[in-house]
Design a protein around this ligand. Structure first.
Ligand SMILES: Nc1ncnc2c1ncn2[C@@H]1O[C@H](COP(=O)(O)OP(=O)(O)OP(=O)(O)O)[C@@H](O)[C@H]1O
Ligand SMILES: [Mg+2]
Length: 475
């Protein structure tokens, strides 16, 4: 069986696929061949028909002429005159021959042995035959008529012949001329279409020469659209659009790299600083233990940043939540809240769960909890001591929605859409209730988890309450 994805004739497809010029030249050669062949066949057929008609008319007139005289020649004396006339006609025009065949040898004419021994074929299926005489290159065109007996003369068959050479020569010359002319026409068509294709594709070549110059360092450069022909300007616009998107992604990537370096630099600097100070003089085992303890915290912090970034990278590559199981949202929310029992106690905060507590959805529970943990951590970090934090669950048409709302300083409108960007912090100098900085990946992870579950993340700030949450698809 042949694979439909494989080209059937690679030898034919390769040059066509690789070059538009080759494709155009081949196509115009093929169409020129078709047109010339068609015109040649039509002209040749018409000419052949006309030549044969001319031949037949000539034969018919001559046959009529002599039939009239022969029909009246009923005795040998009159026959003698007929023979003389036919001999004169033959001498005057070497191309014409006559044969008269009958039972009485006195009333015959011409070399009848040739007539009898030669092969006669029908030429046009009508009244003209072909007599193939020995020693002649071309057959003789003949027309025969039977004349009834008259007086002494019995019934005779009168045959008029004309040499076919001019007819066949003309046909051959015409065929040769048409073939040569057609071949010449095809060569001209190939040359002109090659030239046309080269000239027509010149803007495309200029365009690709320009495209060669685009490098990551020159991503702001664009293809000039105005100087291009209409057909290519659409392509150039699409190309420019793609360049714009690449530039945006590239800039984001560069900023992200800078952020990553920046975020890792601080804990690394702390590690190095603390280690250097510890090594600067003699220390007791207890002191070293303290340093190692502190270093371990910094290393943990680095590990958590790297883990978060790896998770985001996997989600960027389109990884979806595959291990999804049906779960009741209220249960998963409660399990997550339970983890915060001591932290909440310390800060005298309370979390309430409200809304559609029966709502269920397909989810990867570990991811769901991870996202909700980030939201609760943020809410605790940004609420005043003794605050009441609310978690609302709502069922929507195709999704379920979880929102964590806490009282706190309003978040400025301009920050809201950017909260979910990596490393974005509204006030990076601010410390949380534990006195440490977040690294700005928590909400990016919430957004990634929502996307992996076919949902999205959202944030509102209203009347001293900040509400941040996400949706996930029900199934
Ligand atoms: N509930 C909230 N109230 C007010 N601001 C918030 C709230 N949640 C998040 N933000 C703002 O959004 C920023 C981004 O939050 P995100 O959770 O992504 O990072 P982070 O908390 O700073 O660090 P991380 O969560 O990675 O430890 C925070 O720095 C904070 O400025
Ligand atoms: Mg956070």
């Amino acid at each position: 069986m042949t694979d439909p994805a494989q080209p059937h004739q690679p030898w034919l497809r390769l040059p066509l696929r690789q070059s538009i010029t080759a494709r155009l030249v081949l196509m115009s050669a093929a169409s020129a061949l078709f047109i010339f062949a068609l015109a040649g066949i039509v002209l040749y057929t018409v000419l052949k028909g006309e030549l044969m008609r001319h031949e037949r008319d000539g034969l018919f007139t001559t046959l009529n002429d002599i039939s009239y005289q022969i029909s009246r020649a009923g005795n040998t004396e009159r026959w003698g005159r007929v023979q003389l006339k036919l001999a004169t006609l033959t001498q005057a025009d070497q191309h014409v021959s006559f044969w008269i065949d009958g039972k009485d040898p006195r009333f015959t004419f011409g070399d009848l042995t040739h007539l009898h021994s030669s092969h006669i074929t029908e030429d046009d299926g009508k009244s003209v035959g072909r007599l193939h005489l020995p020693g002649r290159q071309y057959p003789v065109h003949i027309m025969t008529r039977t004349l009834p007996a008259f007086e002494e003369r019995p019934e005779v068959q009168v045959t008029v012949g004309v040499d076919g050479a001019p007819y066949f020569e003309m046909r051959r010359t015409f065929l040769l001329a048409t073939t040569v002319f057609s071949l010449l026409g095809i060569v001209l068509a190939v040359i002109s279409s090659y030239w046309i294709a080269r000239a027509g594709l010149a803007p495309l070549r200029r365009m690709s020469a320009r495209a060669q110059n685009f490098t990551p360092r020159k991503l702001s450069a664009r293809m000039p659209v105005e100087s291009l022909p209409e057909e290519l300007s659409v392509l150039a616009e699409a190309f420019n659009g793609a360049l714009g998107r690449i530039q945006e992604a590239y800039t984001q990537l560069e900023a992200f790299n800078a952020d990553v370096a920046h975020e890792l630099r601080t804990p690394l600097a702390n590690l190095i600083g603390e280690t250097q100070v510890a090594l600067a003089r003699e220390r007791s085992a207890g002191e070293f233990k303290d340093v190692l303890q502190s270093n371990l915290e910094e290393l943990d912090r680095i590990r958590s940043i790297i883990n978060d970034m790896l998770f985001l990278a996997r989600s960027d590559q389109g990884e979806a939540a595959t291990a999804r199981v049906p779960a009741r949202l209220a249960d998963e929310v409660q399990k997550t809240v339970d983890f915060f029992e001591f932290v909440l106690d310390d800060a005298s905060m309370i979390i309430t769960v409200a809304g559609d507590t029966d709502a269920t959805a397909m989810m990867e529970t570990a991811l769901f909890k991870r996202a909700l943990t980030n939201l609760i951590q943020n809410a605790i970090q940004h609420s005043p001591v003794g605050a009441l934090i609310r978690i609302d669950i709502a069922s929507q048409e195709e999704t379920v929605r979880v929102a964590v709302t806490n009282p706190g300083a309003p978040i400025d409108e301009q920050h809201l859409p950017r909260l979910f960007d990596r490393f974005y912090r509204v006030d990076s100098a601010r410390q949380d209730i534990n006195g440490s900085h977040g690294h700005g990946l928590g909400l990016a992870i919430v957004k990634a988890v929502a996307r992996m579950h076919g949902g999205r993340a959202f944030a509102y700030s209203n009347g001293g309450h900040n509400s941040i949450g996400f949706t996930i698809a029900r199934d």
